[in-house]
Design a protein around this ligand. Structure first.
Ligand code: ADP
Length: 602
């Protein structure tokens, strides 16, 4: 997240916010709705079950009343008093009215001692026979009794039994078998009250037979006989279900109304999916809006960043706010302030550069004046010095016999001092020359300045019987031949000079290529130099050893450094006391040597 651009960060943040808010809101709303739906549905379920039980009780009463009225018909009593005669009249009295014939499976007359005397309809054929306990119950009851449901193939029937005669002396019984037929009205009523997914079941209190008002069905997975409140169980093929069961008074029946939990929650689910849809729409719109907003923010920021980076890299040209229609907000002001700042910095930079240029020019001028002055002074000093040396020499030669020993020594000292001073002035002059002269750099063969340098130190080589080995061939470099010859000669002279008198100087010159540059090494077996002096010795007049041991002026290495730097190179030394020294100079490597230059150089 930290490295992410603001352009992405902002929409991501807003998106996450929208998702979180709509998610929490949707879940909370769904829960509340589900709870409300559940309360409403279970309330209705109880009410409708009670109403159904009430309605079934009413229809049970009308059935009982109907059968009681049949049982009281005189034709029936007559027949039962004397079975065998009047059966036609009895049968006619038993026959159900036409509009009820559909729901009647059969009617029969039973004797007081539980024998079927007369029968009409299909009930006996369908195996429907009445239980004698029911006949006994009817014998004691003042009105007809209703029996439990019986299976007849895939239909269900129930008996209604009415006694004929008095309870003290029953003549017999009228048994009517009725089919269980769902009435369209009860279903419609339930649907209106609970919902289209409600299911009504009727069953025996014993739980052995259940019907959905048309055919036998499996009963609920729990015992509902004594349940009074809301039931919840899994119905095979439906899933979690709410149910309410009620006993129907005056019958061995139960009415059970089931309502799937799924259906209860359906409205809440629909609302939830709408909420999610609305959430997605808000998310998309929010993302688009924040994307657009963050673009309007980050585009000028990106411009500003780019401009700042360019300025940081040293280019003061780019300005961000040069806009015909500048933004009035904070970003617009930031851009304007940035531009003003850049302009100020650029102006200040320009002023500083101008001042530095002027000062440098002034300094250079002064420097040149000083150098010219030093040069002319050095030059002018040599004439009286030569006179001093010459006249002291003449004094020794012409008047030597007139001077005593001390006088002669004094005159010799004057000559030596004059010579040393002359050498010093000559060194200073050549340092000055190398500083001031115009150097035209050309590609040249290192071999030639090397040869010239060896010739310059030929006397020292001979005096010390030194051994100088040069690893040929040496690569071509870019430089100035005479200067290079002097640089190499100074290095060679030192390499021979700073070797203890008892040791034969052994000098090794070699070159190597380093990243397109040539490094020339001058290595000796001399006294070496302590690391803390490696920088110092390249300055003018810096000497590490007393003149009695190793004579010199302290200008040689200063000339080396100045000469190499003027040829665009660098110089250095690797050394430790007693371990010899390895001086090096770095110069640009030349592609190829232009012969004209290398011959005409100098
Ligand atoms: P000079 O040789 O006239 O003394 P230089 O400028 O050439 O002056 O050298 C400065 C000092 O650096 C020398 O006095 C000496 O102490 C030290 N030096 C230069 N070259 C070598 C070397 N090859 N080995 C040891 N010391 C050296």
């Amino acid at each position: 997240m930290r490295g992410l651009s603001i352009k992405l960060k902002l929409p991501l943040l807003i998106g996450a916010l929208v998702v979180a808010v709509t998610g929490v809101y949707a879940v909370a709303a769904y829960r509340a709705m589900a709870r409300a739906a559940m309360t409403v549905a279970t309330g209705r379920l109880t009410t409708v079950t009670d109403q159904l039980a009430q309605a079934l009780h009413t229809s049970r009463n009308s059935l009982v009343a109907h059968l009681d009225s049949i049982a009281q018909r005189p034709e029936i009593a007559r027949y039962l008093a004397r079975p065998g005669a009047g059966s036609t009249a009895a049968l006619a009295a038993l026959a159900p009215p036409l509009e009820r014939a559909q729901s009647v499976a059969g009617v029969a007359l039973w004797s007081a001692d539980h024998h079927r005397l007369l029968s009409q309809g299909e009930a006996p054929r369908r195996g429907l026979t009445v239980d004698s306990t029911l006949l006994l119950a009817a014998a004691k009851s003042d009105s007809a009794v209703i029996g439990p449901f019986h299976l007849a193939g895939d239909s269900i029937a129930y008996p209604v039994v009415a006694r004929v005669g008095t309870s003290a002396r029953p003549l017999g019984y009228v048994v009517e078998w009725r089919w269980v037929v769902g009435t369209a009205r009860s279903r419609e009523q339930t649907n209106q009250l609970v919902g289209t997914n409600a299911h009504i079941y009727l069953g025996n209190t014993g739980g052995d037979i259940w019907s959905d008002l048309t055919r036998p069905v499996p009963g609920p997975p729990v015992d509902v006989t004594h349940a009074t409140g809301l039931l919840r169980y899994d119905r095979a093929g439906v899933g979690p279900t709410y149910a309410v069961a009620r006993h129907i008074d005056g019958s061995p029946w139960l009415v059970l109304v089931e309502y799937p939990v799924q259906a209860v929650l359906a409205p809440a689910r629909i609302a939830l999916s709408r909420l999610v849809l609305i959430g997605v729409i808000i998310l998309v719109l929010g993302l688009a809006a924040t994307w657009a907003l963050s673009r309007t923010l980050t585009r000028p920021l990106a411009g500003l960043t780019h401009a700042a980076e360019t300025v940081a890299a040293g280019d003061y040209a780019p300005l961000v706010g040069i806009d015909p229609d500048p933004r009035g907000d904070e970003l617009g002001r930031l851009a304007a302030a940035f531009d003003t700042m850049v302009q100020r910095v650029a102006e200040a930079q320009q002023r500083l550069e101008d001042r530095v240029r002027a000062r440098t020019a002034e300094l250079q001028e002064r420097n040149e004046e000083l150098e010219a002055f030093a040069y002319s002074i050095s030059h002018d000093l040599r004439a009286p010095l030569r006179a001093m040396g010459g006249f002291s020499q003449a004094l020794l030669e012409d008047y030597g016999d007139k001077l005593d020993q001390t006088g002669k020594q004094y005159a010799e000292r004057v000559v030596a001092g004059a010579n040393t001073m002359d050498q010093l002035i000559r060194d200073l002059l050549s340092y000055s020359r190398i500083t001031r002269s115009e150097l035209r750099l050309t590609p040249l063969d290192l071999h030639r300045p090397m040869q010239s340098a060896t010739e310059q130190v030929a006397n020292d080589v001979a005096a010390r019987h030194a051994r100088v080995v040069v690893d040929e061939p040496l690569p071509p470099v870019v430089g100035h031949e005479t200067t290079l010859a002097q640089v190499l000669a100074n290095l060679l002279a030192n390499a021979i000079k700073f070797v203890p008198a008892e040791r034969t100087p052994d000098v090794h010159v070699r070159a190597e290529l380093r990243d397109g540059r040539v490094r020339v090494w001058v290595e000796d077996n001399g006294i070496g130099i302590a690391p803390e002096h490696h920088e110092r010795i390249f300055r003018v007049f810096e000497r590490l050893n007393p003149a009695e041991d190793f004579p010199g002026t302290g200008i040689g290495l200063a000339i080396v450094r100045k000469g190499v730097e003027r040829m665009g190179g660098r110089v250095g030394v690797e050394s430790a006391p007693g371990g010899g020294s390895r001086f090096w100079i770095d110069l640009s490597q030349a592609e190829a040597v232009d012969e004209r230059h290398s011959h005409s150089a100098g």
